[in-house]
Write a protein that binds this ligand. Structure first.
Ligand code: GLN
Length: 336
């Protein structure tokens, strides 16, 4: 009698446990998160794959052993391990924030029609991709589209353009970031290819300001220093619908964060973005300084820094660490 009564109850309990673990897949405990971050750090800190970028001379001499992992949740709780305060230049990750600013200035339709939101299938500094797409940069995360974005930040002159870009990045990071003068000097004296890209776009009538002026400001925005700590806060602002979870300031309209994340999913890791999305399901963006940000929408921002890169220009250890964290904590947004 007692046995037959308790069976349905036990069944119900099992079913509800099963369902709750599927429904609340994001709800890893702080202990679990810390454990997984530690595992990722220990597993990959000895990985010697990849090589620092050297086409920008100042990047070749950055310590390749820097390895920092930070995760920030929507309430601003920070989890981190390794060299999380060591700074590297933000490089292409800056493209996300300048594109956000252009969206704020001109709307999402403008970004879609003037710059584009499609993959190029080519390297981040490709010139042929522009020609193949009738003068379109294709998206704001390749160099062409990023230089174009910089040119479209509303500003009366170059100084105001720079100040607005810098202030916007500070707001995403919830602190005043610093310019890496060595990286800036090194790249600004050696950026002929980007200058050429800006001139081609200008010939197609796509630039919002003088092409060489925009290229200089773009080079400067790429030279801002950030740590994994900063990057995770910046990413968490996108995860948290545009409100910075640390400063509580609104940095970008919530209607635009899904648009920015869509471009990250399409083109964040350049011509390897498809493989990345297939493996993680998470919008992300890399930079040749060695940083990667990934966003778990509505939940977490992840920032990892480690300078050695693969052949696409994406940090080897950062990719490994983020993939591990997403898998172990069941964070793949497409699996929820
Ligand atoms: N400043 C670098 C460049 O223009 C940024 C490239 C990158 O991070 N992929 O080449």
């Amino acid at each position: 009698m007692q046995k037959s009564n308790s069976t349905p109850f036990v069944m119900l309990l099992l079913i509800s446990i099963l369902f709750s673990s599927t429904l609340f897949a994001y709800e890893a405990s702080p202990t679990q998160i810390n454990k997984v971050l530690k595992e990722a750090y220990n597993k990959y800190k000895g990985d010697v794959g990849g090589k620092n970028a050297d086409y920008i001379k100042a990047l070749a001499i950055v310590d390749p052993n820097i390895f920092g992992i930070t995760l920030v949740d929507k309430n601003g709780k920070i989890y981190e391990i390794g060299n999380t305060k060591k700074e590297v230049s933000i490089q292409s990750i800056s493209k996300v924030f300048t594109a956000s600013l252009v969206m704020q200035d001109h709307g999402d339709k403008f970004v879609q029609s003037k710059i584009g939101v499609n993959a190029t299938g080519a390297a981040f500094n490709s010139i042929i991709a522009i020609e193949l797409h009738k003068g379109s940069a294709s998206n704001p995360f390749v160099n062409a589209g990023a230089i174009q974005s910089t040119s479209w930040v509303s500003a009366k002159n170059s100084k105001i353009r720079w100040n607005r870009i810098k202030h916007n990045m500070d707001n995403f990071a919830a602190r005043k970031l610093k310019l890496n003068e060595d990286v800036y000097t090194s790249e600004v004296n050696d950026n002929k290819r980007n200058q050429a890209i800006s001139k081609i776009l200008d010939a197609y009538g796509r630039m919002g300001s003088d092409p060489l002026e925009a290229t200089t400001v773009y080079t400067k925005q790429c030279s801002i220093n950030v740590s994994s700590h900063d990057l995770a806060i910046m990413a968490s602002t996108l995860a948290n619908h545009g409100i910075n979870p640390i400063s509580k300031k609104k940095v970008i309209e919530s209607t635009y964060t899904p648009k920015i994340m869509a471009i990250m999913a399409t083109a964040g890791l350049y011509d390897n973005a498809g493989d990345w999305l297939y493996d993680t399901g998470a919008p992300a963006k890399s930079g040749v300084g060695g940083g990667i940000i990934a966003v778990i929408p509505g939940e977490f921002g992840i920032g990892v820094v480690s300078p050695p890169l693969d052949t696409y220009g994406n940090s080897v250890r950062a990719q490994l660490a983020i993939k591990y964290i997403i898998k172990k904590l069941n964070l793949n947004p497409l699996a929820q």
